[in-house]
Design a protein around this ligand. Structure first.
Ligand code: MG
Length: 230
C-alpha cells in the first residue's frame, strides 16, 4: 500500500479534476511561477477554491489578504467578490507585486484587485488610520512571526461578521510541540491562543493534507460584542 502522503497528492489531483475546475488564467499563472525557483508558497487549487467558496458564502464584497505572492489566492478571491467588490492584497516583495499585477490583469480581474507593496504591519496601520471601510473576509498568509501583530491590526479592520482565516498554522505538525522554540512556532501558538481568548470571536482550526503536505488553517468569525475599532 502506498503512503498516505502519496495517496493525498493523488486525491488532490482527482479532486481538482472533478470538482475544483481551476480557471485557466490561474492555472497558467501557476505554470509560469513553477518555471522559477520560488517555493510553492501559494495555496493549492482545492484550497483556493475553498477560500473562494468561503468568501462567497460570506457574501464578501471587501477582502483583505496579507501575502500576495504571485496573486493565486488573490485571483480566487477576486472571482468570489461581486462586481464593485474589492480585494486588497499586501505584499512585501516588489517582484511579486509586479508578477501578481500581470497575472491579475491577464485574468481580467484588475478592476477588483488593489495590490499594496510594502511592510504589512505598516500598511495595515495606514488602512486603519485612513479609516477604510471594514473588510468582510481577511486572509492572513504571510510572515509567520508577525501573525500576532497582524491579528491585532486586522481586528481593527474587521466588523461583526468578518471572517478571518490564518494560513499555514500546523507547521508540518510542529504546532503543539512545546519543545519547538522556533520563533515561527511560538508566534503561531501566540496567534492561536490569542484567537482563543478574544471576546466575541469564535474560532477553530483544521489540519489539511494533500499537494501542500501536512498543514492547516484557522477560521474565525468576529461577533458583535466588543468594539475592536479604536
Ligand atoms: Mg499560505
Amino acid at each position: 500500500m502506498e503512503t498516505w502522503q502519496n495517496a493525498s497528492v493523488k486525491n488532490d489531483l482527482y479532486i481538482n479534476q472533478h470538482l475544483v475546475k481551476e480557471p485557466p488564467a490561474l492555472e497558467n499563472a501557476t505554470k509560469t511561477i513553477r518555471e522559477t525557483n520560488y517555493p510553492q508558497m501559494e495555496v493549492s487549487p482545492a484550497q483556493g477554491k475553498f477560500l473562494y467558496m468561503l468568501a462567497k458564502m460570506r457574501n464578501a464584497k471587501r477582502v483583505l489578504e496579507i501575502g500576495t505572492f504571485y496573486g493565486y489566492s488573490t485571483m480566487w478571491f477576486a472571482k468570489a467578490v461581486p462586481d464593485g467588490g474589492l480585494v486588497v492584497s499586501i505584499e512585501m516583495t516588489e517582484k511579486f507585486v509586479d508578477m501578481a499585477q500581470r497575472n491579475v490583469s491577464s485574468a481580467g480581474l484588475a478592476s477588483k484587485v488593489e495590490l499594496l507593496h510594502g511592510d504589512a504591519a505598516a500598511l495595515l496601520g495606514k488602512l486603519i488610520a485612513d479609516k477604510v471601510e471594514p473588510f468582510d473576509f481577511i486572509f492572513i498568509d504571510a510572515h509567520k512571526p508577525s501573525y500576532p501583530q497582524y491579528l491585532s491590526l486586522c481586528m481593527q479592520l474587521a466588523k461583526p461578521g468578518t471572517v478571518i482565516c490564518g494560513d499555514n498554522v500546523i507547521l508540518d505538525g510542529e504546532l503543539a510541540n512545546m519543545d519547538n522554540n522556533n520563533p515561527k512556532a511560538a508566534s503561531v501558538r501566540a496567534f492561536i491562543e490569542e484567537l482563543g481568548v478574544m471576546e466575541g470571536v469564535e474560532s477553530t482550526a483544521l489540519q489539511t493534507i494533500g499537494v501542500k503536505g501536512y498543514d492547516g488553517f484557522t477560521l474565525s468569525i468576529v461577533g458583535d460584542a466588543p468594539s475592536f475599532r479604536a
